[in-house]
Design a protein around this ligand. Structure first.
Ligand code: SF4
Ligand SMILES: [Zn+2]
Ligand SMILES: [Zn+2]
Length: 310
């Protein structure tokens, strides 16, 4: 019988700790993952001064792993889960059910927001329309805006999201290629509030890989939505992630190196030269905006028109 390289338990070791090249059992993998999350949170001071913490949880493996790991490593820190139902048939209901069950099991307060009910359209409605805008881009704008608004209106001062190393490197890769300096300056583990209505954001999984989140979800027997979002097909984001994995086969540790170079070498310079935009309040919703009407309100009215004409 194979043994775990760490604790020598005679459980078939299924999880590889890539950096140490060790095969370990589920318990040892979970401990390794939780320790890494804890170190990341402490290293970047993510929970310093937090009074009310909210977690954006979609029901996918990453945000479920985040919620479970935080419960384990910071048991005294209370948090509320915010879940958005995006109205994607079957998929969104499955996500909501998983999040509801988790909150019930661990007695966590849950704030549910139904996009179709409150905004009159769903992400699926938009996905069904032929438009130049890509559905994942639209979905990202909607999620970012609503998460911040819900957290602000409910008095939270910090939102934790499940963005992991693979997500962040994919974003960095794209922004560096396009020279999007104003956006690059915002990619960091902790984004402070720049306006009284903008809630501080933290990314406790920024150093965890996709695979580590998956292994952790398996090792802790977590329920997470296993099917893919039906709207993701042909997404450029997925293609870029595949490309990055290929690069990592040739350049080991490429993802972590890119993140480290960005945070240590480029970000300090960018922060010095890129001034934060001047914000005003959106004429429609009152939330912070660069223009008279914010991008969410513009997008929402366009989608509603498109939906009505279809
Ligand atoms: S895959 Fe795209 S459309 Fe589906 S939930 Fe993710 S961002 Fe939204
Ligand atoms: Zn072990
Ligand atoms: Zn607005």
């Amino acid at each position: 019988m194979d043994k775990c390289s760490r604790c020598k338990t005679e459980e078939k070791p299924l999880f590889r700790l890539k950096n140490l090249n060790m095969l370990v059992c589920s318990q040892c993998f979970a401990s390794y993952y939780e320790k890494k999350v804890k170190n990341t949170v402490l290293k970047y001071g993510m929970l310093n001064g937090v009074r009310r913490l909210a977690l954006a949880v979609s029901g996918g493996k990453d945000s479920m792993a985040l919620a479970r790991a935080l419960l384990e490593v910071f048991p005294s820190i209370k948090f509320t889960i915010i879940h958005l139902n995006l109205g994607i048939p079957n998929y969104s209901d499955e996500c909501q059910e998983i999040v509801e069950k988790f909150c019930k099991e661990y007695s966590i307060e849950l704030l549910l927001y139904d996009l179709k009910k409150y905004n009159g359209y769903s992400i699926y409605d938009f996905g069904n329309i032929k438009s130049k805008k890509r559905v994942c881009g639209v979905c990202g704008t909607v999620k970012r805006y609503l998460m911040n608004k819900i957290a602000y209106e409910n008095g939270f001062d910090t939102i934790a999201t499940g963005h992991n190393l693979d997500d962040i490197v994919e974003i960095l890769f794209n922004l560096y290629i396009n020279g999007s300096i104003e956006e690059l300056v915002r990619i960091k583990p902790v984004s402070s509030s720049t306006h009284s209505k903008i809630v501080r954001k933290i990314k406790p999984l920024i150093e965890m890989t996709d695979r580590e989140d998956l292994y952790y979800a398996i090792s802790r027997n977590l329920n997470y939505v296993s099917s893919e979002c039906p709207l993701v097909k042909g997404s450029r984001m997925i293609n870029r992630k595949k490309l990055i994995l290929k690069i990592e086969e040739e350049i080991p540790n490429f993802k972590y190196l890119l993140l480290k170079t960005h945070l240590k070498r480029f970000l300090p310079m960018l922060e010095e030269y890129v001034l934060p935009p001047t914000l005003r309040e959106c004429e429609d919703c009152g939330m912070p905006s660069i223009n008279t009407v914010c991008s969410f309100c513009k997008l929402s009215s366009k989608i509603l028109k498109l939906v009505e004409n279809n």
